[in-house]
Design a protein around this ligand. Structure first.
Ligand SMILES: [Zn+2]
Length: 342
């Protein structure tokens, strides 16, 4: 009961990459970089186990950014000539690569981390991939064409590639494959209309557990400012959850702690496992076990015990290692308290 899991990313040690940055520069090159990525992955597997988490991830140590890490293994993308683009409906600018030709995987994307993860924990494992719609929102297009039609075509092309990697992760022995779709909370109509469909394409043939993580973003200033404009009730999930409820995706996440998301929106996810965000990623203040258990208690009004998975609101990548470590412990301790309470 109350199996704990994280959204996905964890801070990179400073011998691997620049600390506390969303797009950090690597500190190593070539073989040394490959080794450093593997070492950091091992370190976080151990830390998650020591904290007492139930579902273990790779902490996304081998990717510079949750979207661009995948794109680096895709043919048809020009990484040399990045352009500045407003992403998440112009919430903030990012330097993004450009799609210039038909997309194809160069080979495996995450074999090293996935196989390392599987080999070094006996617990359940989860692996994250960016969702097709969020990829489309984090890359510039010079190939698939303007407007909605072009975006849908490109999303389906990416979904096919994601599916290839997801099938390979399944063969590696990963138990849960999660797609990160923060864009679902920004383009709600599109998400319900074709975003979920693109996800279905990405999970075709996947027989292990599938999940989607939808959030209000990392704890960076641009996101904090955006959240301040959303009013006292955040109802973005309301438009997407009905489409997800009808989909084949088994687990869905939502931000709960310190968010203005009405808890009763969970009721729209009938039959699904719900990853309940009980850890704030926009604050360095460490949650107490009581706070975590209280959030779980509020969610329990709308989801049954066996379907509730305590989780972080989003990834912890841009935080300090020390804060992230303490937050992992808070998550596990809070879930333990909730097991006693409920
Ligand atoms: Zn997130």
């Amino acid at each position: 009961m109350f199996e704990t899991t994280i959204a996905g990313s964890l801070p990179k040690p400073e011998w691997l990459a620049e600390p506390e940055k969303l797009w950090p520069q690597w500190k190593q090159e070539g073989d040394a970089l490959r080794q450093a990525k593997a070492d950091a992955t091992l370190l976080w597997i151990k830390a998650q186990e020591d904290a007492g988490l139930d579902i273990i991830g790779d902490g996304e140590q081998a990717r510079q950014h949750f979207v661009h890490g995948f794109l680096e293994q895709v043919e048809g993308i020009d990484f040399e000539n990045k352009v500045k683009m407003g992403i998440r409906d112009n919430r903030y600018d990012a330097m993004v690569p450009q799609v210039v030709a038909k997309l194809r995987l160069k080979g495996r994307v995450h074999a090293m981390e996935a196989q390392l993860l599987r080999a070094h924990t006996k617990k359940k494992t989860k692996f994250t991939l960016p969702g097709p719609m969020t990829i489309v929102d984090t890359v510039a297009d010079r190939f698939y064409g303007e407007g909605k039609e072009g975006r849908i075509k490109m999303a389906m092309a990416f979904a096919e590639l994601l599916n290839q990697e997801a099938l390979a992760l399944q063969a590696d022995g990963i138990d849960i494959i999660q797609f990160d779709e923060p864009a679902f909370n920004v383009y709600m109509e599109d998400a319900a209309e074709w975003g979920v469909q693109a996800l279905e394409r990405a999970v075709q043939g996947i027989t292990v557990t599938t999940a989607v993580h939808i959030c209000y973003g990392y704890g960076i200033q641009a996101n904090v400012d955006w959240k301040n404009t959303l009013g006292h009730e955040w109802r973005q999930y309301e438009k997407v959850f009905p489409a997800l409820a009808k989909s084949s995706i088994k687990q869905v996440s939502l931000e709960c702690f310190h968010s203005h998301v009405p808890m009763d929106l969970i009721a729209l996810l009938k039959g699904k496992d719900v990853m309940v965000g009980v850890i704030d990623v926009a604050s360095d203040v460490i949650e107490t076990p009581e706070e975590v258990a209280d959030t779980i208690g509020r969610a329990l009004q709308f989801v049954s015990k066996e379907h509730l998975f305590p989780c972080t609101n989003c990834g912890l990548a841009p935080m300090s290692r020390d804060v992230a470590w303490k937050k992992l412990q808070a998550l596990a301790k809070g879930a333990e308290l909730a097991r006693q309470r409920f």
